[in-house]
Design a protein around this ligand. Structure first.
Ligand code: ZN
Length: 411
């Protein structure tokens, strides 16, 4: 298949920027460094700026990332897979509450420095040790002593990224809202706002809290956004206590960590996967086919998050079951076309990463100019090798693994 670019423009954003080399399947997922690359088709802006961010989310903060960390511990060369689940918690059984932790790829966790609002009068502090708690307290207090306290939240689904900033000013020891505006870059000094959606469980409470993430961000996680002023005032009063804390507040016994589920899958992960599917389409069918307008929606979706991608988990039909028993240490990816109920041709890619559930992404729902031959790509991720075969060749080569998919079923 010719890989010449027939238009001279980036196949994704249609701009004539500089090009660089895009891996069809990113190296972090076990992609091939020598083959399966797109040269002169994907621009630097898309590849190095946008796609690398989407891939980082998929590889470090998603279910696929967690599976990767278990199955493919080594990256290329001497690097190791990194994984961190935002929103991971630990149970403090003595206090009957959840603590924010950083769950790292080594399997170790760190209790993040945090203030927990147990009720209107009781405040708890926790951290892995006293020093980070004190430095967190000082940093947070420094923000709260500004004339203008910025509370930052990321606008969901906005591309390029934008941030909603709410300013609070203090007068006579009371915080008051002083306007809201949008910025393309978050201010250096501010408090990040996160909704608290987790519920109390088995008598363990998930209280509103302020904590500091591994990267230094200070996060206010609360149930009720109308009470931001209340929490800011409370923190301004209670944080000076941290400086006088004794080391005893932090050393206790803890139950197993609960790995965060809030950030296990996001629209960015769907986009990262759709991008792999579209790269395979370019590689398989060439750039002219991939430039057909029927793929405009999926490209826009990958670039901006809009329209929302038609993605779903596999629904147990035979086509999904073909992938059910992938060869060991392999991802399997299937690209197929089909005819929809109203007669149009759709194009779908099914992914099975690290033997997990099948993920489906439609590259086009309709209007694909013609059917394509069903292809299966096998990625031996620990060896960084990709191979491709037609469906029938795959079924013959993996007969023992997939034969169940074609046995008659007893309902
Ligand atoms: Zn581009």
């Amino acid at each position: 298949m010719s890989m010449n670019n027939h238009t001279g423009m980036c196949i994704y954003c249609k701009e004539s920027n500089d090009f660089n080399t895009e891996h069809v399947i990113s190296a972090g997922l076990g992609g091939d460094d020598n083959n399966y690359k797109l040269d002169g088709l994907v621009c630097f802006e898309c590849n190095s700026k946008l796609f690398s961010g989407l891939e980082a989310t998929l590889l470090r903060h998603s279910l696929v990332g967690l599976a990767r960390w278990h199955n493919q511990p080594k990256g290329r060369g001497k690097s190791f897979s990194r994984y961190s689940a935002n929103g991971s918690v630990l149970i403090d059984s003595e206090e009957r509450l959840f603590l924010e932790i950083d769950y790292a790829c080594s399997g170790e966790f760190t209790i993040l420095p945090q203030v927990i609002f147990k009720n209107d009068s009781e405040t708890k502090y926790s951290a892995s040790s006293l020093a980070p708690l004190v430095s967190f307290g000082e940093k947070a207090l420094n923000i709260l002593k500004q004339n203008n306290v910025s509370v930052i939240s990321k606008n969901k689904n906005s591309c390029p990224a934008s941030f909603l900033i709410s300013n609070y000013v203090i007068s006579e020891n009371k915080f008051k809202s002083d306007g809201t505006f949008t910025l393309s870059k978050p201010p250096a000094l501010g408090i990040w706002l996160e909704p608290l959606t987790s519920k109390d469980k088995d008598g363990i409470s998930y209280h509103s809290r302020l904590f500091q993430m591994k990267d230094g961000q200070i996060v206010l996680k609360i149930k009720d956004n109308s009470k931001i002023e209340y929490y800011l005032e409370r923190l301004r009063k209670s944080l000076p206590e941290v400086a006088d804390m004794e080391a005893g507040v932090v050393s206790k016994k803890f139950e197993r960590p609960v790995i965060g589920s809030s950030s296990m899958w996001s629209g960015e992960c769907d986009r990262a996967i759709a991008k792999i599917g579209f790269n395979l389409l370019i590689h398989n069918m060439g750039s002219i086919f991939a430039s057909h307008p029927c793929f405009d929606d999926v490209k826009s979706s990958i670039l901006t998050g809009n329209p929302k991608l038609p993605c779903s988990l596999g629904d147990g039909k035979n086509i999904v079951e073909v992938l059910e028993n992938p060869p060991s240490d392999s991802h399997v990816i299937m690209m197929a076309s089909g005819t929809s109920q109203d007669g149009g041709i759709y194009l779908v890619v099914l992914f099975r990463f690290y033997g997990m559930g099948t993920q489906t992404v439609f590259l086009a729902r309709d209007n694909v100019p013609h059917h394509i031959e069903t292809m299966i790509y096998t990625v031996r991720y620990n060896e960084h090798k990709i191979s491709e075969s037609t469906l029938s060749d795959y079924l013959i080569a993996n007969y023992d693994l997939v034969s169940n998919a074609f046995l008659p079923r007893n309902e």
